[in-house]
Design a protein around this ligand. Structure first.
Ligand code: ASP
Ligand code: MG
Length: 412
C-alpha cells in the first residue's frame, strides 16, 4: 500500500472552494488505496496579515507571542480541510504541530524541526484508516513547551519532515504551478517544465531565486532522500498531470549540461576598497553580518598585488542593504578599509546543472553570449554545478533569455 504526504500551499487552500478542490485530490489518492498524511499552509495572504497585526500590536513584539499568532493560520486550514474531507466521505482528523508532536528547537519564528514521532502518525493512519491533516509551519519546542514556527515558507519543510518520519513513498507538493520550469515562464515564455530535477540542482535553484519550495525543505529532502513531486492543485483532481520529480541524479537518464536558469532581482552589491590584506580581515567583515542574520553571497576577493591591501566585493539581499552598510560603517575601524561602495539595483543570474561537472567551457559560453548582448558583468562566482553573474537589474530579462537559449533550453 502506498503511503503519501500531500502538501497544499497557501494558494491551494485560499478559500473554501479551493479547500474543497484540495479535498478531491486527497480523495483520489485515498480511493486508489493510499495511506495519506496531508500538510497544509495557511490561506494565501493570511500569514502576512498576522505578521502585520503583530507589528501593529508593538514594533518590538515578543517573538514567542508572534509564534502563537502566526501559527493560527495553519490551524484554521487544517480543520477546514478535515471537514471538507469528511463531507465527501473521507475519514479525516486535523492535527496541530504540538499534538503530533512535531518537536523543534526553541528559536521563535525560526525554529528547526528536531524530531517527529512518525510511528504515532502511522499508527493513526493504519489503525483508524483516517487521513491525518497536519498543520504545517508550526511545532512544539521541547525546551520551552511553547508553540513555535519554522520561518516563512516553512510548511514545505513540515511536509518533507513528515514524509521522512513516516517513510512515505512520496511527498507531493501541491502549488499553483504544475512543476519546476527551466526558468520563470513569465520571463521566458519558451521555458519548459522539467520532468525530473536532481536534489542538488533544485537546492541551487531554490537558493538562487526560484521560489517554489523553501530552501530548507529541499535540503531535508536531499538528506533524507524523500522523493518529492511539485505539482499543481489547480488541475482537474480526476485527471492530474505528473509535475516535476525531485530525485537523485542517478535517477535522471537524460542529463543536460544546464538544467535551469535562476535569477534574483533583489540584490545589492557592496565593495570594500583597500582592505588590509592580513589574516582575520574576512572574519572581521563577515562575522558581524552573520550575527545580524544577514545572508551574504557571491563573495569575491581580489588577489592583491601590493600585498598591503585588497578589495572585497559581495552581495546581500536588497532588504538587508542598509543594515549591512550600517554595520560595516560601525566596524570600519576594526576592519580597516579605505572606502565602502554600495550599489542597489543589481541582479544575480545563474545557470545550474549537474552536467557541468563533466563538461568544460560551460562558463565561457555564458560570458560570450552576454557580451554579445552588451551586458556588463559586475562579479562572477562559480561552483561545481552553477555559474552566477551579477549584472544591472535592467538587463535581467535579456540575460535570462540569452542564457536560456544558448544552453538549449528553449522549447523546441
Ligand atoms: N504560512 C506560512 C508562510 O506563509 C508557511 C507556509 O505557507 O509555508 O510563510
Ligand atoms: Mg510556500
Amino acid at each position: 500500500m502506498a503511503r503519501l504526504v500531500m502538501k497544499f500551499g497557501g494558494t491551494s487552500v485560499a478559500g473554501m472552494d479551493r479547500i474543497r478542490n484540495a479535498a478531491r485530490h486527497v480523495k483520489r489518492e485515498v480511493d486508489a488505496g493510499a495511506q495519506v498524511a496531508v500538510v497544509v499552509s495557511a490561506m494565501a495572504g493570511k500569514t502576512d496579515e498576522l505578521v502585520a497585526l503583530c507589528r501593529d500590536a508593538s514594533p518590538h513584539f515578543d517573538r514567542r507571542e508572534y509564534d502563537s499568532v502566526v501559527a493560527s493560520g495553519e490551524q484554521v486550514t487544517a480543520g477546514l480541510l478535515a471537514i471538507a474531507l469528511q463531507s465527501i466521505g473521507v475519514a479525516a482528523r486535523s492535527w496541530q504541530g504540538w499534538q503530533i508532536p512535531i518537536l523543534t528547537t526553541q528559536t521563535p519564528g525560526a525554529a528547526r524541526i528536531s524530531g517527529i514521532d512518525g510511528e504515532r502518525i502511522v499508527a493513526n493512519l493504519v489503525a483508524r484508516n483516517e487521513v491525518a491533516v497536519i498543520a504545517g509551519f508550526q511545532g512544539l519546542s521541547k525546551g520551552t513547551g511553547r508553540v513555535t514556527t519554522l520561518g516563512r515558507g516553512g510548511s514545505d519543510t513540515s511536509a518533507v519532515a513528515v514524509a521522512a518520519a513516516i517513510k512515505a513513498d512520496r511527498c507531493d507538493i501541491y502549488t499553483d504551478v504544475d512543476g519546476i520550469y527551466t526558468t520563470d515562464p513569465r520571463v521566458v515564455p519558451k521555458a519548459r517544465r522539467l520532468d525530473r530535477v536532481a536534489y542538488e540542482e533544485m537546492l541551487e535553484m531554490a537558493s538562487l531565486g526560484a521560489k517554489v519550495m523553501q530552501v530548507r525543505s529541499v535540503e531535508l529532502a536531499m538528506l533524507k532522500k524523500v522523493k518529492t513531486v511539485v505539482r499543481s492543485s489547480f488541475e482537474n483532481p480526476d485527471s492530474p498531470r505528473s509535475g516535476t520529480l525531485i530525485c537523485d541524479e542517478e535517477d535522471i537518464v537524460e542529463q543536460q549540461v544546464v538544467t535551469g536558469i535562476a535569477f534574483s532581482r533583489d540584490e545589492a552589491q557592496i565593495t570594500l576598497r583597500r582592505v588590509a590584506d592580513r589574516p582575520g580581515v574576512a572574519a572581521a567583515i563577515f562575522s558581524p553580518l552573520a550575527e545580524a542574520g544577514i545572508n551574504v553571497d557571491m563573495i569575491v576577493q581580489v588577489a592583491s598585488d601590493d600585498t598591503v591591501t585588497t578589495d572585497i566585493t559581495f552581495t546581500v539581499g536588497s532588504g538587508d542593504f542598509d543594515r549591512a552598510k550600517a554595520i560595516l560603517e560601525k566596524t570600519k575601524a576594526q576592519i580597516g578599509y579605505a572606502a565602502l561602495q554600495g550599489a542597489g539595483g543589481v541582479a544575480k543570474v545563474s545557470a545550474i546543472g549537474i552536467g557541468m561537472r563533466s563538461h568544460s567551457g560551460v562558463a565561457a559560453i555564458a560570458f560570450q553570449a552576454l557580451s554579445e548582448k552588451g551586458i556588463n558583468i559586475r562579479a562572477i562566482t562559480t561552483s561545481e554545478i552553477k555559474i552566477s553573474v551579477l549584472i544591472d537589474t535592467a538587463y535581467t530579462e535579456l540575460a535570462v533569455r540569452t542564457l536560456h537559449a544558448i544552453y538549449g533550453l528553449d522549447e523546441a
